[in-house]
Structures are given as structure tokens and as C-alpha cells.
Design a protein around this ligand. Structure first.
Ligand code: B16
Ligand code: MG
Length: 215
């Protein structure tokens, strides 16, 4: 397992599939503004901050608003999103994730969350996963969204680890880029065509072995 001492997990798309709730809320906003927003469009929002997501959405609908209205629209979307995630429970943890995290902890590997979502803590509480993390860095603690490495560097700092001892698990290309810029190893969760910059790409955590940490 060479020098890996810490694993940093992205939240949306890695630990849980909250992308479907983001999609429902963004689609509702688009429809209210009078245009369609497809699941394909939603791919462009993965790993992107809330305000940057709104900008992309408005571009798709060919709409523009002043800053104050944009903040109101983002808040409206977020209220809908929060109402959807309120019903989440442990059953929504993606297959194999909890077993893998427990296995890592049993092997003295530190665990961190590296998410740009401001709702990450609420989600972790809903799915009862808070006690498994040694450090939780979320959208309330960072100013720069991925691909900026801030979120992962803050996690490494809180864990007191060198970036080169950390591996990032990410489902978004922007997140893999952030891991690279942080000087960390990376494992992509999803398509190797989208996550081609990652050191390794897997489709999920089921049957994952500790040797995934061999780089
Ligand atoms: P919020 P991650 C990201 O989470 C999502 O992938 C992205 O779609 C979302 O816009 C962003 O969080 C901000 O989320 O509106 O809840 O603050 O992948 O970094 O865990
Ligand atoms: Mg993600």
C-alpha cells in the first residue's frame, strides 16, 4: 500500500447520488423560467459550485438576470434541493462505500470529505456517516470550487498529511483536476473517457480491495 495514509472522498456522485436531486431542483427552476433542462445538461453541473451551476443553466436557457435576482434564483433552487434531501437515509449510501471506509479505518488510513457542497454536513447527518470522517471540508469552508485544489489541500492540512500521501476519490473531471493540482493521487468513479486524467478509474466501490491504494 506504499505511502498512502489518507483517503479524501468527494460526496455527490461518490458517497451518494445527490446529482438526481440537484437535477430535479435545477429542472424545476428552468421550467419556471420557461425552458427545458435535460439530464444531459445536468452532467455539466457535476462538481461545479452553486452559483457557477446557475450561470451554466441560464446560458442554456438563454436568460440573463442582475446579481440580486441570480442570488434569489440560486436560493430558490437550494430550498427545493434541501426539501428533497431531507428524506435521505442510510439506504442512499452508494454500494460498497461504507464497507470500504470501515476497511480503510481498520487499516489506519485517515478519512476526509472534500466536497464543495454547502449542504454536505446535512447529507452526512442524514446518512449517519459523520463519525467515519476524521476531517470534513465542505462548501462552507472553501472559497474556490474545483478544479481549484483548495478543498483537498484543506483536508490534507486538517489531517496533518502531505498531499503525496493522499488519494482523492472523485466522479467529476473538475475534481480529478483539483486532485492533480493538489499533488495528490486520484481514483475516478465513473467513465474512463470523462475521467481520463485520473491515475485509476473504477465504476464503483463494490468488491474494491485495499490494493487500489497501490500507485
Ligand atoms: P450546493 P460535490 C457538488 O458536490 C455537486 O457535484 C454540484 O452539482 C453542486 O452544484 C455543488 O456540490 C454545490 O452544492 O448547492 O449543495 O452547495 O461533488 O463537490 O460533493
Ligand atoms: Mg461529485
Amino acid at each position: 500500500m506504499n505511502n498512502i495514509k489518507a483517503c479524501i472522498f468527494d460526496l455527490d456522485g461518490v458517497v451518494v447520488d445527490t446529482a438526481k436531486y440537484h437535477y430535479l431542483a435545477w429542472k424545476r427552476l428552468a421550467n419556471e423560467l420557461g425552458f427545458e433542462f435535460t439530464q444531459n445538461d445536468n452532467e455539466r453541473l457535476k462538481g461545479v459550485s452553486r452559483m457557477d451551476s446557475l450561470e451554466i443553466l441560464l446560458k442554456i436557457g438563454n436568460k440573463d438576470f442582475d446579481e440580486k435576482t441570480k442570488i434569489e434564483l440560486a436560493a430558490k433552487k437550494n430550498n427545493w434541493y434541501v426539501s428533497y434531501i431531507t428524506n435521505m437515509d442510510e439506504s442512499e449510501i452508494l454500494p460498497g462505500v461504507k464497507t470500504f471506509i470501515k476497511h480503510l479505518r481498520d487499516n489506519d488510513i485517515k478519512i476526509a470529505l472534500g466536497s464543495v457542497s454547502k449542504n454536505a454536513m446535512l447529507i452526512l447527518k442524514k446518512i449517519n456517516l459523520v463519525p467515519y470522517f476524521d476531517s470534513i471540508i465542505d462548501g462552507t469552508k472553501v472559497t474556490n470550487a474545483k478544479p481549484n485544489p483548495e478543498v483537498f489541500l484543506k483536508a490534507a492540512k486538517e489531517l496533518n498529511m502531505n498531499p503525496s500521501s493522499c488519494v482523492v476519490f472523485e466522479d467529476a473531471a473538475a475534481g480529478i483536476e483539483a486532485a492533480i493540482r493538489a499533488g495528490m493521487h486520484s481514483v475516478g468513479i465513473g467513465s474512463k473517457f470523462i475521467l481520463y486524467k485520473a491515475d485509476k478509474v473504477i465504476c464503483g466501490f463494490e468488491n474494491i480491495k485495499l490494493d487500489i491504494l497501490n500507485f
